[in-house]
Design a protein around this ligand. Structure first.
Ligand code: ATR
Length: 281
C-alpha cells in the first residue's frame, strides 16, 4: 500500500506509545517501519525515537509514563537488562535485550535479532541440512549464532579476524571455528557477515577475499548502509544469491510488532517503507 493510501492516525488519549531507545538514534529506521506497521494494521499506536545516554531513568520512565514497549539499541542492549523485571530465556542466553514489553509496569526483555537473522535467511533459502559460516564474534554474531544453532539440522561455523574472540564465541555456541585463511578450502552453503566491514564510509572493504565466494552460495550481510555492500556486490556478480541487511532488520522488527500487538506483522509493507527511506537518503 502506498503511503498516500493510508489514513493519518488520530492521536488521542487511547493512543499507545512505543519507541526506540539508543544513542545515537537519529539514523534509526525503526520509527518509519513501526509507524507504517501500525498504520496498515489500524493498531492505535505511535512510535518515537528517544536519544538516551542514561538507561536506568529511561527504564523507570517507561513504567512511569506507561510506554507500552520499546526497541533497545546501541549502547544499551546489555546494560538495560538489570533494570527489567524479567528476561526471556533466549535474550538471557544471548546476553542482550533489543525489545521491551511493558505489561502494566512489569517490564520483560526479549531479543528478536536472532529471529530476524533466521527469518531473513528462511525467506530466501532452506536452513536444514545446510552449513552456515558466520563472520564475526561481537554482539551481532552472538545473536545470529544463537538463532542458527537452535535451528534443527543446521551446522554452524564461525570465523573472525581475532582468532581468540572467535574461539570463545564458537565454544559458547557449541559451533565450529575456522580461521579466516582456511575459508577458501572449507565447504559451506551460506555466509553471514556480522562485522561492520564494508559499512559507510569504508565501502570498499570486504570481510573475506573474493575467492571464498562460489556461485552456489547464499551470502547475507547485516550491514544496510550501503544497501549493497562490496561483499554483496561481489557475491552477486559471481552468481551467488544475496540477502541485504534490510532482511534481518525487518524481521527483528516484525517479531517486535507481534510481541507488542499480538497481531500478524505486515512484513511486506514494513520492508517497503525501509527500502523507500534508505533509497531516498
Ligand atoms: P557488534 O557487537 O555490534 O557485533 P563488535 O562487538 O564491535 O560489534 O564486533 C565487531 C566484530 O566485527 C568483531 O568480530 C570484530 O573482530 P575482532 O574480534 O577481530 O575485533 C569484527 N571487526 C570489526 N572491525 C573489523 C575489521 N576492520 N576487519 C575485520 N573484522 C572486524
Amino acid at each position: 500500500m502506498a503511503q498516500t493510501d493510508l489514513q493519518p492516525i488520530t492521536v488521542d488519549t487511547a493512543t499507545r506509545v512505543f519507541g526506540v531507545i539508543g544513542h545515537p538514534v537519529f539514523h534509526s529506521k525503526s520509527p518509519v517501519m513501526h509507524n507504517r506497521a501500525f498504520a496498515v494494521t489500524g493498531y492505535p499506536a505511535i512510535y518515537a525515537a528517544f536519544d538516551v545516554t542514561d538507561i536506568e531513568p529511561a527504564a523507570e520512565g517507561i513504567r512511569a509514563l506507561g510506554i507500552c514497549g520499546a526497541s533497545v539499541t546501541i549502547p544499551h542492549k546489555t546494560t538495560v537488562m538489570k533494570h527489567l523485571d524479567a528476561i526471556d530465556d533466549q535474550a538471557r542466553k544471548i546476553g542482550a535485550v533489543n525489545t521491551i514489553v511493558n505489561n502494566k509496569g512489569w517490564l520483560k526483555g526479549y531479543n528478536t535479532d536472532s529471529y530476524g537473522a533466521v527469518h531473513a535467511l528462511l525467506d530466501q533459502t532452506g536452513l536444514s541440512g545446510k552449513t552456515v559460516m558466520i563472520i564475526g564474534a561481537g554482539g551481532a554474531a552472538r545473536a545470529v549464532g544463537h538463532g542458527l544453532c537452535e535451528h534443527p539440522g543446521t551446522r554452524v561455523f564461525l570465523t573472525n579476524r581475532t582468532e581468540k574472540h572467535g574461539l570463545i564465541l564458537a565454544q559458547d555456541l557449541d559451533a565450529g571455528f575456522v580461521p579466516l585463511e582456511k575459508l577458501e578450502t572449507t565447504d559451506f552453503d551460506i555466509l553471514v557477515n556480522t562485522t561492520p566491514v564494508g559499512m559507510y564510509p569504508h565501502t570498499d572493504e570486504m570481510p573475506v577475499p573474493e575467492s571464498v565466494l562460489r556461485p552456489e552460495m547464499v551470502i547475507m550481510d547485516i550491514v544496510y548502509n550501503p544497501l549493497e555492500t562490496k561483499l554483496l556486490y561481489t557475491a552477486r556478480t559471481r552468481g551467488c544469491k544475496v540477502i541485504d541487511g534490510v532482511g534481518m532488520f525487518v524481521y527483528q522488527g516484525a517479531r517486535q510488532f507481534a510481541l507488542w500487538t499480538a497481531l500478524e506483522p505486515p512484513v511486506a509493507q514494513m520492508r517497503q517503507v525501509v527500502y523507500d527511506t534508505l533509497n531516498n537518503y
